[in-house]
Design a protein around this ligand. Structure first.
Ligand code: AHR
Length: 503
């Protein structure tokens, strides 16, 4: 049995829980939009063609924001193709995913869907094949009240009120060789700065995200962030991070500790951003939008887009089926994001439906929860109030990729308005349970509200449309104690949420 002692103190706050941490991502990719959120003719589709069963699951998942329309897709997208009468919209070749884009679903449909799902939109502009002018046009169409050509076009298309979209991504993964319109860091940094300045002439209060390098393994990583921010520091508010995790060579022990890599990535980008700020003697801090993250089996077929003559409509791409181990990793990644909530103020799990997603659908059939749905839903619902700094001490576990790491990782939140404290924990040791003692400094625990666990057994089990739900959180009856100390046992390779009442 491993042991861990966690100390948390409601007075040691990292930051208020950024609600935008529980964002997701809808890209025109595979079946995310078509037969995912949108499927006219489906028995559960509403008058707008939105699947009601998917909307119900999106609400249950507790998603707060959603990024749209890409992803790689945005880098060759013409937003104008997706507005106006549907029968007049052009069908186009989507160069990112080698698919046929019918444009039956576009900005106005997305905003209607966002309204029904009660989410805040995050809009990405195309800085791959397009530039500042088209970004400002999109902004005018979306956010201007009326009296100008594009705003009046939106009104004529049925949306009288402006959409008021606040958070905008200036392109996507612009250093990626796979990107249509790949750019050098300085070239992109200047374009991002110019586009940001133009967009702020329309609304100085927009929040703007510059692209970081596509992932930590890019040869451009580090110098890209520095060079982009050198050009655009004063004009943007956030820089994006993207990261996908998967086991390498079946090394499950390292995979369970993926949050180590996420921690290091966030810390590295924060340090780079702050060093650019220090050189400029700026008091401004650049925040982080971790606007693509998830488990993604990039080696698994059919992850690559079709090629050649074939340009299918909404082909099944990147449809990973997740295991219980993947759910434990997702729970661990959410712990890392929360721990950094003083700098990571927005995040998007990529993606929402069908494409590396917590929700799956069958065309014409049912919608169901993948294993990774559960830690996300519980964390999004119960991480409330402020994030608390958790001091960790105890057993370590050995990983090939990260060396010795704490066997138990954890973060906590505290909501003074309700007195509710939530502790999210992961036991990353593959074969050894952990006995955890939580010392609560400066508060009295009066009640254990709930303790649930995912994992521990059946690590390779996956959910299917017909069930059973292998990762549905099950009661963990080991939580005990009161006053200043609570104990519980974590099964090996598991994620747990403990909810307490404290005064
Ligand atoms: O989420 C899938 C793809 O991964 C996105 O389109 C791209 O931004 C990233 O490389």
């Amino acid at each position: 049995m491993n042991t861990a002692r966690l100390t948390l103190d409601p007075r040691r706050r990292v930051a208020p829980v950024p609600r935008r941490l529980f964002g997701s991502f809808v890209e025109h990719l595979g079946r995310c939009v078509y037969t995912g959120i949108y499927e006219p003719g489906h028995p559960r589709a509403d008058a707008d063609g939105f699947r009601g069963d998917v909307l119900e699951l999106v609400r249950e998942l507790g998603v707060t924001t959603v990024r749209y329309p890409g992803g790689n897709f945005v880098s060759s997208y013409r937003w104008e193709d997706g507005v106006g009468p549907v029968d007049k919209r052009p069908t186009r070749l989507d160069l990112a995913w080698h698919s046929l884009e019918t444009n039956a679903f576009g900005l106005d449909e997305f905003m209607r869907w966002v309204g029904k799902a009660d989410l805040d939109p995050i809009m990405a502009v195309n800085l791959g094949t397009r530039g500042t002018a088209e970004a400002v046009d999109l902004l005018e169409y979306a956010n201007h009240r009326g009296g100008s050509h594009l705003a009046d076009q939106r009104r004529a298309n049925g949306a009288t009120d402006p959409y008021g979209i606040k958070l905008w991504c200036l392109g996507n993964e612009m250093d990626g060789p796979w990107q249509v319109g790949q750019r050098s860091a300085t070239e992109y940094g200047r374009l991002a700065a110019q586009t940001a300045k133009a967009m702020r002439r329309f609304d100085p209060d927009l929040e703007l995200v510059a692209c970081g390098s596509s992932h930590l393994g890019m040869p451009t990583f580090g110098s890209w962030e520095r060079d982009v921010l050198t050009e655009a520091y004063d004009d943007v508010d956030l820089i994006s991070l993207h990261a996908y995790y998967q086991p390498v060579d079946d090394d499950l022990a390292s995979f369970l500790a993926s949050a180590e890599e996420m921690d290091r990535y966030i810390d590295a980008v924060t340090a780079i951003a702050d060093s650019v700020g220090a050189i400029r003697r700026s008091t401004k801090k650049i925040m982080i939008a971790f606007d693509e993250w998830n488990v993604w089996y990039q080696s698994a077929a059919p992850s690559t887009p079709p090629s050649g003559e074939d340009w299918p409509v909404a082909p099944p791409l990147l449809e990973d089926h997740y295991s219980v181990a993947d759910a434990v990793v997702v729970g661990g990644l959410l712990i890392s994001l929360l721990r950094h909530s003083d700098r990571v103020t927005a995040a998007c799990q990529a993606q929402l439906v069908n494409v590396i997603a917590p929700i799956m659908t069958e065309p014409g059939g049912s919608a169901w929860r993948q294993t990774i749905f559960h830690p996300f839903a519980r964390t999004a619902r119960h991480a409330q109030g402020a994030v608390l700094d958790v001091l960790r001490d105890g057993s370590t576990t050995t990983t090939d990729r990260y060396g010795e790491v704490d066997a138990v990782d954890a973060v906590s939140t505290w909501d003074d308005s309700t007195g509710e404290m939530s502790v999210f924990l992961v036991n990353r040791a593959l074969d050894t349970p952990a006995e955890v003692t939580i010392d609560v400094a400066g508060a009295q625990v009066t009640d254990i509200i709930e303790c649930v666990t995912v994992g521990g057994t059946d690590l390779h089990a996956k959910n299917t449309a017909d069930g059973p739900d292998h990762a549905a959180p099950r009661p963990n009856g080991t939580a005990r104690g009161a006053d200043a100390s609570v104990g519980l046992t974590l099964p090996q390779a598991s994620w747990t949420m403990l909810r307490l009442r404290a005064t």
